[in-house]
Write a protein that binds this ligand. Sequence first.
Ligand SMILES: *[C@@H]1O[C@H](CO)[C@@H](O)[C@H](O)[C@H]1NC(C)=O
Ligand SMILES: *[C@@H]1O[C@H](CO)[C@@H](O)[C@H](O)[C@H]1NC(C)=O
Ligand SMILES: *[C@@H]1O[C@H](CO)[C@@H](O)[C@H](O)[C@H]1NC(C)=O
Ligand SMILES: *[C@@H]1O[C@H](CO)[C@@H](O)[C@H](O)[C@H]1NC(C)=O
Ligand SMILES: *[C@@H]1O[C@H](CO)[C@@H](O)[C@H](O)[C@H]1NC(C)=O
Ligand SMILES: *[C@@H]1O[C@H](CO)[C@@H](O)[C@H](O)[C@H]1NC(C)=O
Ligand SMILES: *[C@@H]1O[C@H](CO)[C@@H](O)[C@H](O)[C@H]1NC(C)=O
Ligand SMILES: *[C@@H]1O[C@H](CO)[C@@H](O)[C@H](O)[C@H]1NC(C)=O
Length: 414
Amino acid sequence: MRATHLFTASCLGATALAQTGVTSPLAQVCNVSLPKVLCIEKYAAVMPYHFFRATSNGTSTPTFGSTSVPNDKSFALVNQSDFLVFDRERGLDLLGPNPSYEFVFEVSKAIHEGPVYVPAQNKLYLSQLAPPPGYLPQLVVDLNASPPTLSEYFSNPPVYAPNGGTFHNGLIYWAAAGGNNSIGGTEQRSGIRTLDPITNMSTTLLNNYFGYYFNTVDDLFVHPTTGDVWFTDPQYSWFSALTDTAPQFESATYRFTPSTGAVNLVEDTLLQPNGIAISPDLCTIYISDSGAASGPIDGRLGSLGASFNATGKRTIYAFDLLGNGTYIGNKRSVYLAQDRVPDGLKVAANGYIVTATGFGVDVLDAVGTLLVRVQTNYTVQNFAWTGEDLKTLWLVGEGGISKVEWGLKGQTLK
Ligand SMILES: *[C@@H]1O[C@H](CO)[C@@H](O)[C@H](O)[C@H]1NC(C)=O
Ligand SMILES: *[C@@H]1O[C@H](CO)[C@@H](O)[C@H](O)[C@H]1NC(C)=O
Ligand SMILES: *[C@@H]1O[C@H](CO)[C@@H](O)[C@H](O)[C@H]1NC(C)=O
Ligand SMILES: *[C@@H]1O[C@H](CO)[C@@H](O)[C@H](O)[C@H]1NC(C)=O
Ligand SMILES: *[C@@H]1O[C@H](CO)[C@@H](O)[C@H](O)[C@H]1NC(C)=O
Ligand SMILES: *[C@@H]1O[C@H](CO)[C@@H](O)[C@H](O)[C@H]1NC(C)=O
Ligand SMILES: *[C@@H]1O[C@H](CO)[C@@H](O)[C@H](O)[C@H]1NC(C)=O
Ligand SMILES: *[C@@H]1O[C@H](CO)[C@@H](O)[C@H](O)[C@H]1NC(C)=O
């Protein structure tokens, strides 16, 4: 459907030129039975003039829907929709016949992270970082209860500031991001811990790099056949005062072999490597660089936090996993987040990339084409699939925990 919009000749004079190429309307409900699912025609590749989307100043989050497009009334539907479908065929297919979005728990404005689903318990473990400073418990959503319940959870010993997590071999693996010498009466440093959800016992697998503290072990996955733990180490815990020690080395991504204790550097070109995930065929590793959100390393612990610079890195990179699972290469940029930075990152069972970006979650194909955006009214940090068929996605972030039911299945973690 292509239409030509003519400027009103009486206002602009006889020399006014027609604008070409505009798709009209830009947006329409894909299927009247699903009023919250909006199809964006041809990615809104040509908008009618004059349109404008504000740049984030660090505190505001101008969403796609906040773009001013006064010459296309249909664009107002963007704000009222839960799902934006950019690729009609693949998008509607992944959403399935009855997609839904539900805001479930109002939580504090703190960052909420690392949701990990434990299938045997049907519980979702997650973390809350400061504020308040020093917040120590994790949280757990009991999905057996109807409606689900949310409660605080302490492991033994408690794990301070998990920023990412995964499930492997019956254990939760936490990317523990914080560190100081008086956490619940003991010392903890950023690293990797496991939690046995049956006994509630936690164990430290890694807490240093040749004596140096890691900066912010942020996110991780476990390679299902080698058992190696791949993890990112940006610098956010310094900016947000979750550690008392300024970064002692650069941001980087590593591969840790629990059986030998060896830590191999695998990537050190990203500014703030953040989410990390592996494709189901074990051939591709994705890492996001959220360098657009960064801060100074100048001794002022946490006083400035991380600020947002729209022209900084907001990119997901793909790498080939090479050398029989030992290193990565063929770095390529696959996605520039259109909303804030790509934070949590995971790969669905069919190979689609899913990432939390600003007020929502984006679903991309394996080469980074945006297929669907789930819209939320709060900043989503991370997400996890739950349920017997792994077709429910729980989103956690600043101020909210919400739930998507759709057809896109998560990978079975083992
Ligand atoms: C950022 O923009 C928002 C919305 O326009 C405004 O309320 C806020 O004051 C701005 N903040 C700064 C630091 O300029
Ligand atoms: C959509 O919501 C944003 C705030 O989130 C607002 O700035 C914008 O004006 C809204 N757009 C329309 C067309 O109502
Ligand atoms: C619209 O959605 C309903 C509910 O999922 C489905 O039964 C129907 O086949 C859809 N219609 C079209 C034209 O796809
Ligand atoms: C150390 O961490 C604990 C968390 O239990 C917190 O209460 C305390 O303020 C932190 N101290 C420093 C110096 O960061
Ligand atoms: C583990 O913690 C949960 C939640 O606090 C509790 O219900 C359960 O009894 C604990 N398990 C053990 C073995 O202590
Ligand atoms: C590849 O890695 C697997 C698992 O770590 C190991 O068993 C196998 O011997 C390795 N193969 C080669 C050719 O090194
Ligand atoms: C934002 O990032 C760009 C690109 O890295 C840089 O040139 C610019 O100076 C930064 N702006 C601020 C205010 O830091
Ligand atoms: C988001 O929406 C839910 C209900 O739909 C509401 O309870 C919650 O307060 C909203 N949060 C924000 C930050 O607007």
